[in-house]
Design a protein. Structure first.
Length: 379
């Protein structure tokens, strides 16, 4: 297969049952039906519908390229239909991420998050889908830095001749809407000095420097600055290709055994520890969290997903590898709870809460306004 294939993940939170928990099954079913029809009509070659916490994730494969109007409209209409159901049930946050009144050519800037990449499928093409809830796009910067820049995480950077050539990293400034491409290993330390500011910079895309094309892509759509005002953060997805000149599946997963603090927990205003789990157990329950990370894997075969499903399974019926389902991740989960519990002891004090410019909710300006007359100069 030499034809380019595009993977598009478009995701949105359009309502959940009793708080920011998980979508109603009928909403997922509706999305499934809409994508199934689009596959039968030939717009998609294959698809998979899933969720992490309250976010619905549409995995789509097609030959229409990135930012394609028809693909984006398909996702928009699926979310629109799911919103209709959510509103009928009076679910919490029904239609939360559909910020525009009508579709206008692309979901970008309209609320849903998207991560897309186009490449020539290799003979064996393992693809992994990371999905996070109660956090923001820069949450992937630390683990991806470990995977792509740190030979103590990815031995492949030392022993795989293609991976050893390094990677080009596209970094987005989500506040100024600018991007820069930097090269690793030469500029690794400069890359880290930028990415360390997780409130502003995030990895968008990573490319192979040995001609294999894009290797990783993150949804960096940041809801909080849309429409010129703070609306909320965006629970991000990250798609990666693995093995043979790229990090191996296991190298991608390794960083998640170490506990990482990410922003976006509870009211989008707190730090919490990333908790690896199966989508099945991704309902956030402890203080609306802790922030979840799930990872599903498929082989790509001629534009189709190949998982553990029986051959000749019905269109769209897939059984992915669920990487964080197993008991080896119990250790990471326990640690994430321990760290989250510790940071919660700080209550409404920093560093449990985010810096003032990042808080999704704050009553501070009003409090300060009321106190204007009572504030006196110091002696
Ligand atoms: P196998 O020898 O089991 O194929 O594993 C090779 C590998 O690279 C694992 O990361
Ligand atoms: P979501 O962004 O997942 O809807 O969560 C909102 C929130 O802040 C829950 O506390
Ligand atoms: Mg929600
Ligand atoms: Mg969410």
């Amino acid at each position: 297969m030499t034809e380019n294939v595009t993977i598009s993940i478009i995701k949105a939170d359009v309502g959940s049952v009793c708080g920011h928990t998980r979508p109603h099954p009928s909403m997922l079913e509706k999305c499934n039906l809409i994508l199934k029809d689009a596959t039968k009509d030939g717009l998609l070659t294959d698809y998979y519908v899933t969720h992490v916490g309250d976010d619905i994730n549409l995995f789509m494969i097609h030959h229409s390229g990135e930012n394609n109007r028809n693909i984006h409209e398909l996702a928009w209409s699926a979310f629109h239909e799911a919103t209709y159901l959510a509103k009928k049930m009076h679910l919490y946050g029904a239609g939360q991420d559909l910020l525009a009144d009508a579709f206008s050519g692309n979901v970008k800037g309209a609320g849903p998050g998207s991560a897309e990449m186009t490449f020539t499928e290799r003979e064996s093409e393992p693809v992994m889908f990371f999905m996070a809830d109660k956090t923001e796009p820069s949450a992937y910067s630390l683990p991806l830095s470990r995977v792509f820049f740190d030979p103590f995480t990815t031995t492949g950077l030392v022993i795989d001749t293609k991976a050893k050539k390094g990677f080009d990293v596209e970094i987005h400034d989500v506040i100024n809407n600018k991007k820069v491409v930097m090269s690793s290993p030469e500029e690794t330390l400069d890359i880290l000095s930028i990415l360390g500011d997780t409130s502003r910079y995030a990895i968008k895309k990573i490319f192979s420097r040995s001609g294999l094309g894009p290797v990783a892509v993150v949804s960096t759509d940041k809801l909080n600055l849309m429409a010129g005002k703070y609306i909320g953060k965006d629970d991000p997805v990250c798609v990666v290709r693995a093995q043979n000149g790229m990090p191996s599946v296991g190298e991608y997963l390794q960083p998640f055994m170490s506990t990482m603090l990410v922003s976006g927990w509870m009211r989008g205003s707190h730090y919490g520890a990333l908790y690896p789990c199966s989508p099945e157990f991704s309902t956030p329950t402890y203080f609306d969290g802790p922030p979840r990370i799930c990872c599903l894997g498929f082989q790509l075969v001629n534009g189709h997903f190949q998982g553990l499903e029986p051959t000749n399974a019905e269109v769209g019926v897939h059984i992915p590898i669920d990487y964080f389902a197993g008991s080896e991740w119990d250790y990471a989960r326990q640690n994430a709870i321990k760290v989250s519990k510790f940071i919660r002891t700080h209550g409404p004090f920093m560093p449990a809460i985010l810096g003032p410019e990042e808080m999704e909710y704050t009553s501070k300006p009003g409090v300060l306004r009321n106190l204007t007359k009572r504030f006196e100069n110091l002696e």
